[in-house]
Structures are given as structure tokens and as C-alpha cells.
Design a protein around this ligand. Sequence first.
Ligand code: SAH
Length: 458
Amino acid sequence: MSKFTAPVKKNDVVEVTAEDLTHEGLGVAKVDGYPIFTPNTLPGEKAEIRVVKTQKGYAFGRLQTLISESPDRVEPPCPIYSRCGGCQTQHLSYDGQLRAKQKQVKDLMKKVAKLPDVPVHPTIGMDEHPWNYRNKAQMPVGEQDGKLVAGFYAKRTHEIIDMDHCLIQQEKNDEVLQIVKAEAERLGVRPYDEKTHKGTLRHVMTRVGRTSGEIMVVLITRTPSFPQKEALVSALTEKISGLTSVVHNINNKRTNVIFGEETNTLWGADVIYDNIGDIRFAISARSFYQINSVQTKVLYDKALEYAQLTGEENVIDAYCGIGTISLFLAQQAKHVYGVEIVPEAIEDAKVNAKLNNISNATFEAGPAEVVIPNWYKNGITADVLVVDPPRKGCDQALLDTIMAMKPKRVVYVSCNPATLARDLRVLEDGGYKTVKVQPVDMFPQTSHVEAVAMLTLK
Ligand code: SAH
């Protein structure tokens, strides 16, 4: 065995040409086939970089001098872009971002799914203003120089960057967050300290209903009661115009996980509402809800198109959240069965079916990989099956059940093209053909990629 030696070492300064972008938005250049990942370099750009870290199969670089500039390079409008970990591609034109996302999906289809010829359509982007789209802000709270700060984590750290404006948030979220910060500071509510596990306020989440304008604030604290709790709630209700709900979640664990088990409404309603197309959704604090309401319509329309429903089908919607896709599908199906692991989300889904007078949708709480095999055992099968799993993709037990159940179509909605590609390979080997893949941009200015795939039984 020969010992591997990297062609570059730490602190070397080399001239490279970036060829590609990683899924984290880093430029990839190669020296003798050895990849170097450098932030703020774009495909086609020649740059002088300094090697900052070498690993067995790759290295990281820092941009020293840009020698030639990509026609896709733009000036990032956000003043904290270079420090903040929230966005990764503000230095790339929006059109360039859409092309990069399509390419990323295409590359994974080839390398991981072994489907070099499957059509991957151009990414459907936001028609106008790919900014201010997030309906939810989730900010860690901490203390810096004796002051309460809240914002984003700096890239790859837990250092909080205090923030007043986030260019991808709906403006109302910024406004609400500033008020929560100011009032918590004024009343002396202690920020949580990760290191000592002391203090009170850990995170603030705000969510706005795009169509309703309703606002929910969720305070995540270490302890159930804390000094100035009532005063804080009453200050928020006074100062935040349009506020409809203040929710409290308690997380007393030493963990990076934001939410704890216990959730109580402190003031107002338990849910806020938002419309997607003609359907109205109640959304509670703990439920997943797509963060870009404009593009969600595009995504769900695509899923519905790929499902090719005639009104005769039984449909299963796995990982259904608050029943969003389920209720879209129910309008054109015989019956829809939704399954989701978060019980609060299933409660929302049931409310949402009633709210929209949809009676042909039923929901069950539990892991999709347990509930769907049970359904199958009990004679519930699907003509069309939709999955929309979290980043880690579908559980093998679920894929096995799909391949045994043999729905004639599978629509796979994915927020991680790497696990999408992995699962498509499994389904291809199990009798399915991937007909086409459509990336939809849900997360402009970031490197997150959403895609929908249509599969048919061979
Ligand atoms: N289709 C929904 C939700 C998609 S997000 C929408 O578009 O709004 C993925 C969902 O899967 C989340 O609601 C998450 O709580 C749920 N989830 C995660 N693991 C799961 C599992 N093993 N079984 C069922 N649902 C799961």
C-alpha cells in the first residue's frame, strides 16, 4: 500500500480554476485530481488561493486574489453575508443559482442513482424578488458584552451573529424579532448560556401567515417559569401589531436541538393560518410548514401533476406534516391516507381537512416506515404514493413496503437530492422507472435544493 500524499500542503498558495460548486456553495478546484474547496469561488473563475487545511481526500482553501471573474458573479447585497452561515450563494446571480441546482441534481442522478439519462428539468425559480421569502425565523439567543443578542450562527460555529435584518426573511419576521429582543433585554430576561447551561431564553421563533398576516411568536426557554414571564408576554402583545399567538416551549436539555417536549400557549390562538392556492391551513408551533409559501404552491402543483390523478385513486401521502400535499391530492383522488411522525402535525392535518370540507382524507400519527407496512398488512394500499421525507430520505423498511405494494406511480418530493438519488436507485432496482425530475427553488440565496421525481412501475 502506498501512503497517500496530497499535492498541496497547509499554507501553500496556488493558482487554481474552480470547476464546480459543492452542495454547500463552495467552489471546487482540482490540483492533480485532488479537490480543494474554497468559499467565494465560482465555476470558471481563476483564483489564487491559500490552502488552510488538508485532509486525506481533499483540502480547504481561502480566496486570496480573484484572477478572473465569472459572468455569474454578483455583489452580495447582505452586509453580514461573509460571516453568516444562513446563505451560501448570494455572490452568484439568481439565474446562476438555478443552473447550479439543476446541475447538482443531474450530477447526483448520474453518480448516485446511476441514471445518466433521466430528464432533470431546469430549476423553477421564483418569478420575482427571490428575497424576503422565509415565513419562519428561528434565532438562537445569547449574550455578548453584557447585551442580549439573537441572530444566526456564524459559519460552522456556535458564535451568534447579532442581526437586525435578514434579507431572505419576510420583513414582518425581522420586525417581530427586534421587538422580542428589545423587550427581553429591557425586562432583564436572561439569555441562555450554552456553556454553563444557565440563563433563560434559548431561541425565539416567529412565523407569519403570508396570506393571513397572522403572527406567532414562540419563546423557547430552559425553565417553565422565569422572571418577567408575564411582563414579557404582555409587552409583546402591546408592541407587535398583528400578533395573534404567543407560545412557550420548554427545553431544559443540554442539546443543539431547538425544541423541548413541552409546549403551551401563553396568549392568543394555538395556531396561525395560511393559504396555499385555495386551501387554508392551520399551523401549530411544532408542525413543519414549508418556509417559502410562494414556491410551495409551485412544488405542490408539480407533485399533483406528477401524481396524474383521475379521481379513482387511493393515495398515500407519507411524511405528510399538517396534511398540505394530502389535501391538494384529495381534491382529485378517491381517498388520501396521510402519515406523519409529529402528533401535533397530525392534529393540525385533521383540523385542516375539516376546515376545507375535505372528507376523503384520513391521517395517522407514527413513523411512515411502521404505519405504512401496517396499513399494507391490513389491506390499505395505494395506486399512487407520495413521499416527502426529511433530509435523511426514506427508511429502507418503507422502500421495501412500496416495492411490495407496487403503487403504479410514486411521486418523490425531496429536500436533499443526495438521498433522493440513493432512494431512486433502490426503487429502480425494485421495479420502478424514474420518468423525470423537477428541481424547484424553495431556498433562493442558499445552496438548499428541493426536487420532485416521478416514478412509474415498469
Ligand atoms: N409534506 C409536508 C411535510 C414535509 S417535511 C409538507 O410539505 O409540508 C417532512 C416531514 O416528515 C416532517 O413533518 C417530519 O416531522 C416528518 N417525519 C420525519 N420523520 C418521519 C418518519 N419516520 N415518519 C413519518 N414522518 C416523519
